[in-house]
Design a protein around this ligand. Structure first.
Ligand SMILES: [Mn+2]
Length: 463
């Protein structure tokens, strides 16, 4: 009996640890706001059910946040099953922990913060209260504050003799722009830098610094590896070894689904492009942002915001654009090259995809795909399918557009939404992720089978 109690205690605490990690770093649901912290887990001895007690700080709507957690139960449970090997993975139900402990915890957080920052005196004031909680959330996410994270990155850069920069597979304009902008900035700092990107779309071949792009690194072990615009180590694809083998690793990103897989992680969820995160970083370091570096960074900002049109665009985005214009960058040229120039093959691919497009759910969802056979037929190059996913979204009445593109590992699904469907949540269910209105996942099966799976998840959110 005693032995059994010990075992349950061990399981409970293991669950608490894993659930805390998964909820803080991986769960993305539009209903969840504020900071969720797991206070207690109770698994039934038959392992069939688990009650997860959570406290929720600084939330716009606690009830909705709780609902969001319960909505994400399937994903959370499947992730727990991967991490903890039990005969059965219990069904989770999330309950709000309204105990006194919470008050105590906030007191403790405040006491801690006061020690760190003697400037915070008037904690009754709503504004400074929000500031404190924001700071706490930051500390929670980055495991440190913003400045010390940036200082930590700089000191690793200073120590490193050779550095490798990596980006996600099938890199887009933000991934390429980030990698090249960072590469040029590090070169200016006198660093030995390599960018390892096996293949990238031709439209970016005129960017400054492409001469430093290698298909394979020149060494096995680097002093420092920096991944940019890449949410998970899996997305580094076959080049993750450069990251894993490096002495130190840094992740710089803006995806809310980022798994924080580096030794130091600098992830700003609020930035519309990783290039914007880098701009702010270079400014903090007082590094010279040359016209060449600016051109690379603007390439990422323009492509990831669809030409300044997506919702993540902020005051800072235009301030950066304005500063870069003063440096002489040519926004119109960057825009034209990245957004408006298409190859003949990409036109032919688009024709095939549009011809195949289906309207589902009363015209609220569009679906189409491109196979390897199609690509071969039109002699397509890497990246020629870019942009097809946006075609469906632009049609009146459409909320979600789905585009599948065949790869060596199955079909890569790209989803875009207009108003209310969180496609990042949909993609998370299939091991992918991204942003609320633009996300992707690699899936197995035929286009028809994948369509069915995706529609089932999307329909949960359709109004
Ligand atoms: Mn990006």
């Amino acid at each position: 009996m005693r032995k059994n109690t010990n075992r349950m205690e061990k399981i409970n605490s293991e669950y608490k640890r894993e659930l805390s990690q998964i909820i803080s770093y991986e769960v993305k649901n539009s209903k969840i706001t504020g900071m969720v912290s797991v206070t207690k887990v109770k698994v039934t001895p038959d392992l069939r059910y688990a009650k997860v007690y959570v406290s929720i700080f600084n939330s716009k709507n606690v009830k909705k946040t709780l609902e969001g957690l319960n909505d994400a139960e399937g994903f959370i449970r499947s992730r727990v099953a991967q991490e903890i090997n039990l005969r059965i993975t219990p069904e989770l139900s999330f309950v709000y922990d309204d105990s006194e402990e919470q008050g105590e915890r906030i007191d403790r957080i405040l006491a801690e913060l006061k020690k760190e920052d003697s400037k915070i005196k008037n904690s009754n004031n709503q504004n400074s209260w929000n500031k404190i909680l924001n700071k706490q959330i930051f500390k929670f996410i980055y495991r440190g504050d913003k400045m010390s994270t940036l200082d930590g990155i700089l000191s690793e850069i200073e120590k490193a003799k050779n550095i490798v920069i990596l980006a996600h597979e099938n890199p887009d304009g933000d991934a390429i722009g980030s990698a090249l902008g960072l590469c040029l900035a590090l070169k200016n700092e006198g660093k030995n830098v390599e960018v390892v990107i096996p293949a990238y779309p031709k439209v970016f071949s005129n960017l400054p610094g492409t001469e430093y792009i290698l298909q394979e690194g020149t060494r096995e072990k680097y002093d420092l590896a920096i991944a940019v615009d890449c949410a998970t180590i899996k997305l580094l694809n076959g080049w993750a070894n450069y990251f894993e083998d490096a002495k130190k690793t840094i992740v710089i990103d803006h995806h809310s689904t980022n798994a924080m897989y580096g030794d130091i992680n600098y992830v700003n969820f609020a930035a519309p492009a990783c290039c914007q995160v880098l701009y702010e970083m270079f400014q903090y370091y007082k590094w010279d942002i040359t016209k060449e570096i600016g051109t690379c960074l603007m390439n990422g900002i323009i492509t990831d915001t669809g030409g300044f049109q997506y919702s993540g665009v902020s005051v800072e985005t235009f301030e950066i654009a304005s500063e870069l214009l003063k440096k002489g960058i040519n926004i119109s040229k960057i825009y034209k090259q990245a957004m408006e120039t298409h190859s003949r093959a990409s036109f032919e691919l688009k024709k095939i995809a549009l011809d195949r497009m289906e309207f589902l759910d009363d015209g609220k969802v569009t679906f189409t795909y491109i196979s390897k056979k199609d690509e071969k037929k039109v002699n397509a190059q890497n990246g020629d399918y870019e942009g097809i996913v946006n075609e469906g979204r632009g049609i009146e009445g459409v909320e979600v557009s789905i585009f599948l593109h065949e790869t060596d590992k199955g079909y890569k699904a790209s989803l875009r939404s207009n108003e209310y469907v969180n496609v990042s949540d949909v993609c998370l269910m299939f091991g992918g992720g991204g942003h609320p209105k633009a996300a992707g996942a690699t899936m197995e099966g035929t286009p028809k089978q994948i369509k069915k799976k995706l529609i089932k998840e999307i329909e949960r959110q359709l109004k």
